[in-house]
Design a protein around this ligand. Structure first.
Ligand code: FAD
Length: 311
């Protein structure tokens, strides 16, 4: 049966009809810094949980700085929700033994999915990375290390605009293939705004023989200044049309939110038209934008959509 989002218009409706598959989503959160942010994180988790994401992931701070908080958050998700949590893990400033201990702790706690990343040097995102001699050198080695310990589902990072340290797209694709050979089962991309560029990139990756699922990373952001800073540091281009949309809205957070939600929903709809049906959202620990975008995509609380129920 073809899934058509109820009451949707234009590309959104075409996307649902064209793909013939209900979009599936995953959500990324960061561990809370303190009791106040813990409360707002859990409010967001509870709001998004009924949308039945494929998985939710929790990031790992620079240099393992959030090791315990990431662990606590994923374990609480496992124990208190219906969600399937994935724990991010990096190689930064840790020996193999230390990282292996974290991996074993996750397995013992019932976590079955790790997002394996090299990480960035603490305090200088975008700066030069020096691996520890006794540590995992990169995400490829980390993936192999994880799989050697237990049969985890392992997701890895991918960069539609090329990783800032990489000499070329071809090099990034070779690295991805090495990660897959090491046991990676899924790639999640960095955020991006150039959809045509994204599709050219994915075509290239597929032509190189990569068949694992690749989830486009979607960043719905209502702080344009924050987005610009982050984008600069991770080598993502912010297009002129996006800055035009936010121009003059510095003092108008409500409109910025509406703009952010509609841009991200439009991106997802366009990607869905092109055959993509899985989306990974960087939530920044807030539910409102992501919840609205999911509604526009026709994703409802668990259970059949009204259209499916009526069919
Ligand atoms: P790698 O895949 O290891 O690549 C890094 C460099 O190492 C590449 O330029 C490549 O040249 C080289 N390399 C890797 N493998 C090989 C190989 N087999 N042969 C030769 N060279 C190789 N950071 C955090 O600190 N915490 C997080 O929770 C976090 N979550 C993220 C989630 C997603 C979805 C993404 C896309 C990124 C995330 N990051 C996170 C950021 C990430 O740590 C940085 O982008 C980092 O600079 C690179 O990580 P990576 O795993 O892609 O590195």
């Amino acid at each position: 049966m073809t899934f058509v989002p109820p009451n949707a218009l234009g590309p959104v409706a075409r996307a649902g009809a064209g793909v013939g598959k209900r979009p599936s989503v995953s959500f990324e959160f960061s561990p809370p810094k303190g009791p106040k942010s813990e409360a707002s994180l859990w409010e967001a988790i509870r709001r998004l949980e009924p949308l039945n994401p494929t998985f939710v992931s929790v990031t790992y701070g620079a240099g393992g700085s959030t090791r315990d908080r990431t662990h606590r958050t994923v374990v609480r998700m496992l124990q208190e929700t219906t969600l399937k949590p994935a724990a991010h893990l990096t190689c930064v400033e840790a020996s193999r033994e230390e990282v292996d201990e974290v991996i074993r702790d996750y397995w013992d706690a019932g976590i079955r999915h790790i997002v394996a990343l090299r990480g960035d040097p603490p305090g200088s995102l975008g700066g030069a990375y020096t691996p520890r001699p006794d540590g995992y050198q990169n995400a490829t080695e980390l993936t192999a290390g994880i799989r050697a310990i237990a049969p985890f589902d392992v997701s890895v990072g991918l960069y539609p605009q090329v990783h800032p340290e990489s000499p070329s797209v071809d090099h990034d694709i070779d690295v991805l293939k090495a990660k897959i050979d090491a046991g990676a089962t899924r790639a999640i991309t960095n955020f991006f705004f150039d959809i045509d560029g994204y599709m050219r990139f994915i075509d290239k990756v597929r032509k190189a023989g990569v068949t694992i699922p690749i989830l486009p990373g979607i960043m719905p952001v209502s702080s344009f200044e924050g987005l610009s800073n982050m984008s600069r540091r991770v080598g993502v281009t912010v297009p002129g049309w996006l800055s035009n949309l936010f121009e003059g809205l510095d003092e108008d957070p409500e409109t910025r939110k509406l703009v952010a939600a509609s841009v991200a929903a439009e991106m997802c709809a366009r990607l869905a038209e092109e055959g993509f049906s899985d989306f990974h959202f960087y939530t920044l620990n807030r539910a409102d934008l992501v919840y609205a975008i999911c509604r526009v995509l026709g994703i409802r609380e668990t259970g059949p959509s009204p259209t499916e129920a009526a069919a």
